[in-house]
Ligand binder design. Structure first.
Ligand SMILES: C[S@@+](CC[C@H](N)C(=O)[O-])C[C@H]1O[C@@H](n2cnc3c(N)ncnc32)[C@H](O)[C@@H]1O
Length: 341
């Protein structure tokens, strides 16, 4: 079918041509406002009902946030000095403070509950999963390192049932959500049920023997949480667990480009994309989620490696760099590497 849009003749338009344009317009609007949406989101994510995280608040009510305008409004008052900003800071202080994020699994537990109801619904996050899926083997042992609540693990399994997925993280609450996803996906794939494994482990305590014979691994937004001086050792141990020629995909914030403005914009855009794509966060989830994202990442808690530096780290750990993508994925925030063990 040939579709010709005659701009001159657009106004006024006769009824038949406007009817023909409706499907086209619908496709255009879906693609431009939602981006890609991975098939199986409902299976992987189940029913999103918000995280349930809350505190005594004079400002927030626990209401579901459904519009872009509401996200901008809540983010604005959570990030600027004022009563909500104070409430958020006090809540985080009662959890040990944001600076403890590296070492305090309790803080990760809370963050991951918020994160799980928002981020994996975002088309920009799902685009990363799609990239990982296309670049990882279709079978063999695949590890999701720092896999958190398991969206990568679950989608990688859903898209290739012969992958044996191993999800590793230090957060028990994150892993409980990962287990739910994996069980849902396994049930949807049916008999013979695929095998998967969920392992609570701190990457700082890696021995290199926890897993062997990995055909592939993915590590999305994890490395920056490990102290700079411990990263090389941990990545050498990860390499020791991988078969020669196996693929590792790493995504981490790019120290060359991170600015406060970019962080704020991307934190809001993640939430906006997610809400359009079926997530149902509460006003607490939005306020706390956006605050933590902006404040953890801003001011270098911890510092981010510039793209070339990240590459050098993996070369030193014994990997070959096969592909490097900068300033493209996730609102241009990330360096994404495809590496060979
Ligand atoms: C930003 S989240 C990303 C989660 C997941 N990779 C994803 O893309 O959805 C970072 C994850 O790293 C995990 N993490 C941070 N430091 C860790 C450590 N030392 N050992 C194990 N996991 C760690 C956290 O528990 C959290 O799940």
């Amino acid at each position: 079918m040939q579709v010709v849009i005659d701009v001159e003749g657009y106004w006024p338009m006769n009824f038949r041509s406007s009817v023909r344009l409706i499907p086209l317009l619908f496709i255009f609007l879906s693609v431009s406002s939602y981006g890609i949406v991975l098939p199986g989101c409902d299976i992987v994510m189940g029913h999103s009902a918000g995280s349930g995280v809350h505190w005594e608040s004079a400002i927030l009510t626990g209401a579901e946030v459904t519009t872009e305008a509401e996200i901008h409004r809540i983010a604005g008052i959570a990030l600027a000095p004022g009563p909500l900003n104070t409430e958020v800071q006090e809540y985080l202080a009662s959890m040990g403070g944001l600076r403890a994020i590296r070492t305090n699994p309790k803080l990760w537990d809370i963050y991951l509950r918020l994160y799980d109801g928002i981020t994996p619904f975002s088309p920009d996050y799902q685009e990363l999963i799609q990239f990982a899926d296309l670049n990882l083997p279709q079978s063999g042992k695949i590890a999701d390192i720092g896999g958190g609540t398991g969206p990568f693990s679950a989608w990688l399994l859903l898209r290739a049932r012969n992958r044996e997925i191993h999800t590793i993280d230090m957060s028990p609450a994150g892993l409980a959500l990962a287990r739910e996803k994996m069980e849902r996906v396994a049930a949807s794939l049916g008999e013979p049920l695929p095998s998967f494994d969920i392992m609570e482990l701190n990457l700082l305590n890696f021995t290199g023997n926890e897993l062997t014979g990995l055909s592939g691994a993915v590590m999305n937004n994890v490395l920056y949480n490990i102290p700079l001086e411990a990263q090389l050792e941990a990545m050498k141990k990860l390499r020791a667990m991988m078969l020669a020629g196996a693929t590792l995909i790493v995504a981490d914030p790019n120290g060359d480009v991170v600015t406060k403005e970019l962080l704020e914009k991307s934190a809001k855009d993640v939430a906006i994309g997610a809400v359009k794509n079926g997530s149902t966060p509460s006003d607490f989830d939005i306020a706390l989620g956006i605050y933590i994202n902006v404040e953890i990442l801003r001011g270098g808690i911890p510092p981010f490696r510039p793209a070339a530096d990240l590459e050098n780290l993996f070369r030193e750990a014994g990997f070959k760099v096969k592909k490097r993508i900068v300033n493209s994925f996730y609102f241009g925030l990330l360096t994404v590497l495809v590496l060979e063990a």
